[in-house]
Design a protein around this ligand. Sequence first.
Ligand code: MRU
Length: 392
Amino acid sequence: MVAQAPSGKKPLPDMMTSIRIDKSGQVEIVDQLLLPHSVVWIPISTPEEAFEAIKSMKIRGAPAIASLAALSLKSSLSSTSLTDNFSSTADAVKWVKEKCDYLQSSRPTAVNLSEAMNRIRQYLNTTSTEKDTKESVIDKVREICQDVHEEDLERNMRMGKLGADWLFAKRGGKKDKLKVVTVCNTGSLATSGYGTAIGVITALYEHDQLDTAYYAQTTPYHQGSRLTSLELTTLQIPSCMICDTMLGSLFQHEDIDGVIVGADRVVKNGDTANKIGTYQAAVLAQRHNIPFMVIAPVTTIDLSLETGKEIHIEQRPSIEATQVRGLNTGTGKLSVVRITPEGVGEGDKPWQRVYNPSFDVTPAELISCVVTEKGVAERKDDEKSIDVSSIC
Ligand code: MRU
């Protein structure tokens, strides 16, 4: 797939996406645990295979996991060896509902996955055993699944331009090129293409408005140093990696124009769950009077929760923080190495504990604006929340 902007000035090189579908309809994902050193495509044909890939983070990023879950359902429902065995419409509906519940349980914080599964459930709730055949139900579910995957790319391009215009209007007065910071990975590997926060950075670059995109390594999974670095170097966007501990120093020494992040869940008052480390970036940005932007599609907005306190934060296994995966430059082989004393994160002693939440919640009072494909919701200076319902 190619990350091309509709009216960009600069052409972009082809960018790898996390999901590809061949002519026969076979869905494959690139194993993100092995990137950037090795590109291995894994076939995904069933919800069980998608569940394992999402849970183990072979694929990650809120929109990408929703796409894969939906495509795995579509793929199973394209197999007559499964659908011939459905005895009735009710049987087909039951099967799909069970798989939706199962897929949704793979990762709890990113709401895009639940939103995609809810769309399918909502349709299933309108079906009736008298008027719908099992074939028509299967066809409609397959269509919804395909839509979940396809609608992502176009909306990302819209958000990219909206976000870039907002920031340039705010900061561009005295400068013609901006310096921005991002965390985690929010580009083609986390979405169906172009990205959310990276989409804004790409749009700035395409319109010659970008000086440098700084990106944090984002330990412990290293979405920044492994994945964002791969995306930005492939796109040849001027960029500079920093360690997570260097944000404060960067803000003290460089004239940074904006911090731009994606989101896993934005709730009614604008509080935002995103990759661990986002909150500290927002606190530091406020101290340095730097605009802090959240870029997320409407499917990431969860109006059912009032504040960020209600968001379920996923805890990841300790081992993901005590070990790092990388290329052994001596042997040229991929290896996993432990960086802690033996037993840390694995033993049961009080001194062997590891704290490893996957996400944190940034209160809306630290966020300058939330951007969706429908528009930009700005926080007023004297307010502590953002009315995101206006951009849903
Ligand atoms: O744990 P991950 O890698 O799935 O977390 C990803 C993020 O936090 C992203 O910022 C978010 O999903 C938005 S991606 C467009």
